[in-house]
Write a protein that binds this ligand. Structure first.
Ligand code: GLN
Length: 191
């Protein structure tokens, strides 16, 4: 299968996501401009710096184009960390930060404190079982809309959520060699 899955390649660890998809036998398309969305069924938004991703996506017209495709129901999204922040309806404390706003949630950036730059924790993912979570200056989901389902928590805090064909994680499955979450997303997207 070629060309139906894209990775937003404006900033962040998009190469790691491409590699994760390659392990599943998929050659993903790097998305940098509106035309790159043509024919895509699924798009991954990588981790990185959500402010930068948001600014560039707005500047290149991708914010509007991706939002339209998601609202039409023709594009599935998987955002990890900064990607999840960009997709959220509300970014706590940063009302002006550019965002897509398709995930009915409020996210808190750097929610584990600036001192805790990164850590790893074993999670239990609904339907998948144990999953090793790599957290890097990670956000958490604070307020979730009715249509949002929690698939994993760290303690009490939701760290993996799904709303229809939109999947968002606080952690980085692309930094492990475990393909199950990427596979789950492809199934969700109907790829
Ligand atoms: N803290 C970063 C942000 O707010 C996200 C970090 C990451 O993607 N690993 O954009």
């Amino acid at each position: 299968m070629r060309g139906v899955v894209g990775v937003l390649a404006l900033q962040g660890d998009f190469r790691e996501h491409k590699e994760a998809l390659r392990r599943l036998g998929l050659e993903a398309r790097e998305v940098r401009k509106v035309g790159d969305l043509e024919g895509l069924k699924a798009l991954i938004i990588p981790g990185g710096e959500s402010t930068t991703i948001g600014k560039l996506a707005r500047e290149y017209g991708l914010e509007e184009a991706v939002r339209r495709r998601v609202e039409e129901g023709t594009l599935a999204l998987f955002g990890t960390c900064a990607g999840a922040i960009w997709m959220a309806r509300e970014i706590l404390g940063y009302p002006e930060q550019p965002r897509l706003g398709v995930l009915d949630a409020a996210v808190e950036r750097n929610a584990f404190g600036r001192q805790v730059e990164s850590f790893e924790e074993d999670l239990e993912v609904e339907g998948l079982g144990p999953f090793h979570g790599v957290f890097i200056r990670a956000p958490v989901f604070r307020r979730l809309g009715e249509g949002v389902e929690v698939l994993a928590r760290l303690g009490d805090l939701p760290v993996l959520v799904r709303q229809g064909k939109v999947l968002a994680s606080s952690f980085h499955p692309e930094l492990t060699e475990d393909p199950r979450l990427h596979r789950y997303f492809l199934e969700l997207a109907g790829v």
